[in-house]
Design a binder for this molecule. Structure first.
Ligand SMILES: Nc1ncnc2c1ncn2[C@@H]1O[C@H](COP(=O)(O)OP(=O)(O)OP(=O)(O)O)[C@@H](O)[C@H]1O
Ligand code: SF4
Ligand SMILES: [Mg+2]
Length: 430
C-alpha cells in the first residue's frame, strides 16, 4: 500500500490562523440554506439549436447545512449530487430556487458579488488525477487561491503553502514537485490543502475518496475529520454509497433522481431508515414489510436502472423501482416532511412508521417484482467493504492517537511514500 496509516497523524500547527475564531455562524446555526433548488440542463437540437427538452438534474430540493456539521449526500450515479454540489458552491447557475449563505441570498450573484464567497466556500473534487494541473508544481497549485483572490498571507505565499502541506500530512519540502510524483491519496491531500488555503467556512467534497483504494479512503476520510475538528470546518460530503458517509456525517441526505427522498440524523437513518430507497441502499438490511409474505428472508436489491432525468416518472419518482408502490405513488408526489424528530422523508408508505396513505393498499404489479433476493455472497461482499472501511478508520484513528506527539514522524512517512514504487503499487491496486 502506498500510504501508511501514520499518514493520518496530521501535523497540525498549534495556531491555525485563528480559523475557528473568524466563523460568523455559531456551531449548530444555519450556515447554508437551500430552498426549492433546481437545475435543468437544456437539451438543444438542430441547426437553430432549439431547446427540445431538459435534464432535470436537480429538481426542487430543500435542506440546510449547520455550522460545524458534516452533511453527507448519497445516491446512485446520475441522481444530481455533483450538480447540487456545484449549485451550492455557485459554480453553476440555478434554474430555480434559492441559495442563502450566512443569511445572504447568493442565488444569482455575479462574478464580483461572488468574490468574497469564493474564499468562504471551497470544493474538493473526485478525481485527484485530473483535478490537478500536471504542468504546475504543487506549490503553484496550492498557492493559486491566494493569487486569484489577491491575498498575501503573513510570511508570504510559499511559507503558507508549506504550512498547508504539513497540515494535510505532506512534506513541505515537496513544494516544487509535480502532481505525477504523488500517489492518489497524496494528490487528494494536495486538493484538500488547496481547498483550505483561504480558511473556508464550508467545504463541499464531491466523492473525495471514491477514486482511491479502500484503505487510503479511510486515511483521507480521517484527515478530513481531523481538519474539521481543528479548523471548525463545515462539510458537505458527496458519495454514491453509504459506507463512506456513515463514518463522517452528522446528518445524511439521500437523493434520487434530482430529489431528496430522506434527510435524517445519521443514527436515525442507520437504525430505522424510512424511505424504501434508503433501505435499498442499505441492501444488507432485511425488509420487515407486512405487505409481503416471507419477507423475513428477503434482502433488497433494486432492479433496473435509474429512469432518465429528462422525463422523470410521475408522482413519486421511485415508483418504477419501489417494491411498496401503490396507485397513489404514480400520481401524487410525496412531500419531504419530518415524520420523526430529525428525520424527514418523502414517501406515502414509509418504513418504520405509520402508513401515510393507508387507504391505498393494492401493490402495483411492477412493485411485486421490484426487489429481488440477494445472494449471501453479495451481502457478504458489501458487508466486507463496509467492515474494511470501518476497521481502517478505527485503526488509523488509534494510530493517529498513538503518534499524536510524533507529528513530524508522520510527515517523514508521507515523504517516504513518494516513490515510483509507491506510485506503481497504487496504480496496480486499481
Ligand atoms: N452540464 C450538463 N449538461 C447536461 N446534463 C448534465 C450536465 N451535468 C450533469 N448533467 C446530467 O444531470 C444528471 C445529474 O448529474 P450529476 O453529475 O449531478 O449526477 P451525480 O449524482 O453526481 O452522478 P455520479 O455519481 O455519477 O457522479 C445526469 O443525468 C447528468 O447526465
Ligand atoms: S412507497 Fe410509494 S411514495 Fe414511497 S418510495 Fe415507494 S413509490 Fe415512492
Ligand atoms: Mg457526481
Amino acid at each position: 500500500m502506498s500510504e501508511n496509516p501514520k499518514d493520518t497523524a496530521v501535523t497540525l500547527p498549534a495556531q491555525s490562523d485563528g480559523a475557528t475564531l473568524t466563523k460568523d455562524a455559531a456551531p449548530g446555526e444555519t450556515l447554508l440554506k437551500v430552498t426549492g433548488l433546481q437545475k435543468h440542463f437544456p437539451i438543444k437540437k438542430g441547426l437553430l439549436q432549439r431547446q427540445v427538452g431538459a435534464v432535470h438534474a436537480v429538481d426542487g430540493i430543500d435542506f440546510e447545512v449547520r455550522a460545524g456539521e458534516t452533511l453527507g449526500v448519497v445516491g446512485e450515479s446520475g441522481c444530481g449530487k455533483s450538480t447540487m454540489g456545484r449549485l451550492i458552491t455557485r459554480l453553476l447557475e440555478p434554474t430555480g430556487g434559492k441559495v442563502e449563505f450566512e443569511g445572504k441570498d447568493i442565488t444569482h450573484l455575479g462574478v464580483s458579488g461572488m468574490r468574497p464567497l469564493r474564499r468562504d466556500v471551497q470544493m474538493i473534487f473526485q478525481d485527484p488525477y485530473s483535478s490537478l494541473n500536471p504542468r504546475h508544481t504543487i506549490g503553484t497549485i496550492v498557492g493559486a487561491p491566494f493569487k486569484l483572490q489577491g491575498v498575501e498571507p503573513e510570511g508570504g505565499i510559499k511559507k503558507e503553502v508549506q504550512r498547508l502541506l504539513s497540515v494535510v500530512g505532506l512534506n513541505p519540502e515537496h513544494y516544487n514537485r509535480y502532481p505525477h510524483e504523488f500517489s492518489g491519496g497524496q494528490r487528494q491531500r494536495i486538493g484538500i490543502a488547496r481547498a483550505l488555503a483561504l480558511n473556508p467556512k464550508l467545504v463541499v467534497a464531491d466523492e473525495p475518496v471514491s477514486a482511491l483504494d479502500v484503505s487510503i479512503q479511510a486515511q483521507v476520510v480521517n484527515l478530513l475529520d481531523d481538519l474539521q475538528q481543528e479548523l471548525g470546518l463545515t462539510y458537505v460530503i458527496i458519495a454514491h454509497d453509504l459506507s463512506v458517509v456513515r463514518h463522517v456525517s452528522d446528518r445524511i441526505a439521500v437523493m434520487y433522481l434530482g430529489k431528496i427522498v430522506e434527510l435524517a440524523d445519521r443514527e436515525s437513518l442507520y437504525r430505522a431508515p424510512m424511505h424504501p430507497y434508503t433501505k435499498a441502499l442499505m441492501s444488507a438490511v432485511p425488509i420487515p414489510d407486512p405487505r409481503r409474505k416471507n419477507a423475513k428472508s428477503e434482502r433488497i436489491l433494486l432492479k433496473g436502472d435509474v429512469p432518465s432525468p429528462i422525463s422523470p416518472p410521475s408522482g413519486c419518482r421511485f415508483h418504477t423501482r419501489c417494491w411498496k408502490a401503490t396507485q397513489i405513488c404514480t400520481t401524487t408526489e410525496p412531500k419531504l416532511v419530518a415524520l420523526k424528530p430529525g428525520q424527514q422523508v418523502a414517501c406515502h408508505h414509509p418504513e418504520n412508521f405509520e402508513d401515510q396513505a393507508p387507504q391505498d393498499t393494492v401493490l402495483l404489479t411492477m412493485a411485486k417484482e421490484a426487489a429481488e433476493l440477494v445472494a449471501d455472497e453479495v451481502l457478504a461482499e458489501s458487508a466486507e467493504t463496509s467492515a474494511a472501511v470501518a476497521a481502517e478508520v478505527a485503526e488509523t484513528t488509534e494510530a493517529a492517537e498513538a503518534t499524536e506527539t510524533a507529528g513530524a514522524e508522520a510527515t517523514e512517512t508521507a515523504e517516504a511514500d513518494v516513490t515510483p514504487a509507491a506510485e506503481s503499487q497504487e496504480s496496480t491496486d486499481k
